[in-house]
Design a protein. Structure first.
Length: 135
């Protein structure tokens, strides 16, 4: 690469970097985005199917039933809520925090008009959702 080619390449890279930085800055300070409302993590799920039902198991250790919302919106099953930090941990020095806390949301696309929400039970840190198939 010639000296002029290297200079042009570096200049183009610098301009692209400035563009990315400005884009991040605009998104960070966008007043229409509320950081409090945004989910911070997605719980892992397992999906099982039989002839009559679809079962979804979401791993939600430490989530209280009152902090959980399960709903179907159009063709999407929405599991949302909050995992709260233990009250004593708020004043403690945290040496390691590997388990996610805060707001979570998981959206699972479903076959349109083929499933209805049956039961949802929170047992031993797992949410079990049963969706009945339409005959």
């Amino acid at each position: 690469m010639s000296a002029g080619g290297a200079r042009a390449w570096m200049w183009n890279e610098a301009l692209a970097m400035i563009e990315r930085a400005e884009s991040l800055h605009r998104r960070f300070f966008d007043p229409t985005l509320s950081p409090v409302q945004a989910p911070s993590w997605e719980p892992p799920i397992d999906i099982f199917e039989t002839d009559r039902e679809l079962w979804i198991v979401a791993t939600l250790p430490g989530v209280e039933p009152g902090d959980l919302d399960v709903s179907i919106e159009s063709d999407v099953l929405r599991i949302a809520g909050r995992r709260r930090l233990q009250p004593g941990a708020r004043s403690a020095v945290i040496h390691r925090l590997e388990t996610p806390y805060g707001r979570f949301e998981r959206r699972i696309h479903l076959p349109l008009n083929e499933l209805t929400l049956g039961r949802s039970d929170l047992v031993n840190g797992c949410l079990y959702v049963t969706l009945a198939k339409q005959p």
